[in-house]
Ligand binder design. Structure first.
Ligand code: SF4
Length: 376
């Protein structure tokens, strides 16, 4: 993600477009109810291309378009849509499922030179964990092994990739080993998602707030080994980065000590000249926007509040003028997020506030931080 003076008030850094809901996986925590055939409500090729035309209205440099799903590889016009985006100068990333023969060498050959990066999910350091979470609906393959093979193939084809991990009670103890696998894989970043209970995510148990704090503190320590780490739905990682970078110590609970001990055992001590992690202050609806397969526009894939539909609404206008997005980018939050000194760089997960409290501007229930009182 690019940092610096990017005008997040005027345009998102990232536009997620769920190009199809069709997917051969049936992951237990998927925000979408993935299916094996495209839905009739999906945007047509022509409508998808009109969305791309509309995106150019944000002006250059254009946001990065992340084609997600479902499995975007199940969309037959995928390469046509990518080529059209490229012809307009819109950078494209792809978030395919690792499930079957779809992510084949032939596909990677087609993607090379077309996409700027690919993201691949790894939710366990052990096959049992990853295969339990990422079930296949089509064929009984070892998704864990296929994922490790995907890393090798992407490396061989010279395609940049990042690894995404959704953290929950089920896999939290495997985080240090997952980190090592990701670092050794040649990935250019590790993106850690914190579970929000939507869609099939209802089946799984998220971390409690103290465990969440232990994990984001652990991620700070892990980031000192040189691999960029970002969080999704835990923007208070930036609060932790600011606190720890300015010398604040963290004693932490038992989970933190367990994760750190394992990290040190696997990786040794971090280099003495380790660079402090940097970040961009995006959050649901600020720097990020999501277009569902039927064209509905949401602040993010985890915040199911419809802002409009690209079939009738211009995405530029929605991003710049929707009252909810204005409130989010102006950090007009309720509860403790509204008075927190970190609210402009963090702002809490709007998706979790909505899911747990019914208020997209409420406080993030996963954050343990108590703001100083004089920041209202
Ligand atoms: S209280 Fe809210 S704004 Fe402050 S660090 Fe926690 S989540 Fe972020």
């Amino acid at each position: 993600m690019r940092a610096g003076q990017y005008p997040l008030e005027e345009k998102p850094l990232l536009i997620f477009y769920e190009i199809t809901k069709a997917c051969p996986l049936a992951c237990r925590h998927c925000r979408a109810n993935a299916i094996l055939r495209p839905l009739p409500t999906e945007l047509s090729t022509k409508e998808a291309m009109k969305l791309l035309d509309d995106i150019t209205g944000f002006g250059k440099p254009y946001p990065v378009l992340i084609l997600t799903g479902g499995d975007p590889l199940m969309r037959s016009d995928l390469m046509e849509i990518i080529d059209y985006a490229k012809s307009l100068g819109i950078p494209v990333s792809l978030s395919p499922a690792v499930s079957s023969k779809l992510l084949s060498e032939d596909t990677l050959r087609e993607l090379r030179g077309r996409v700027s990066s690919v993201s691949i999910s790894l939710d366990g350091a052990r096959p049992e964990t990853h295969n339990y979470i990422r079930k296949t609906a089509l064929e009984p393959i070892d998704v864990f092994r296929a994922t490790l093979e995907a890393f090798s193939k992407l490396r061989a084809f010279g395609i940049e990739f990042q690894v995404n991990t959704t953290v929950m009670k089920l896999n939290v103890h495997e985080l240090p080993q997952i980190f090592k696998i990701v670092r050794d894989s040649g990935a250019n970043a590790w993106e850690v998602f914190f579970l929000i209970r939507v869609g099939r995510g209802m089946e799984l148990e998220p971390l409690d707030p103290w465990e969440t704090e232990d994990v984001v503190q652990f991620l700070y320590d892990a980031s000192l080994y040189g691999l960029p780490i970002r969080t999704v739905e835990a923007p208070f990682f930036r609060r932790v980065v600011m606190q720890r970078s300015s010398g604040a110590a963290y004693v932490g609970g038992g989970l933190y000590r367990e994760l750190i001990n394992e990290l040190r055992r696997l990786m040794g001590e971090p280099p003495s000249n380790a660079k402090k992690p940097s970040f961009t202050p995006t959050r649901d609806g600020y720097g990020i926007i999501f277009v569902a397969s039927d064209g509905s526009i949401y602040p993010s894939g985890f915040l199911p509040l419809t802002l409009g539909n690209v079939r009738r609404d211009n995405i530029v206008r929605v991003y710049r003028e929707h009252p909810l997005l204005k409130a989010i980018r102006e950090a007009r939050f309720n509860g403790k997020c509204g008075v927190c000194e970190f609210r402009t760089v963090c702002g809490g997960s709007r998706a979790r506030a909505f899911t747990e409290l019914g208020d997209p501007l409420g406080s993030d229930p996963a954050c343990i931080y108590e703001p100083r009182v004089n920041n209202a």
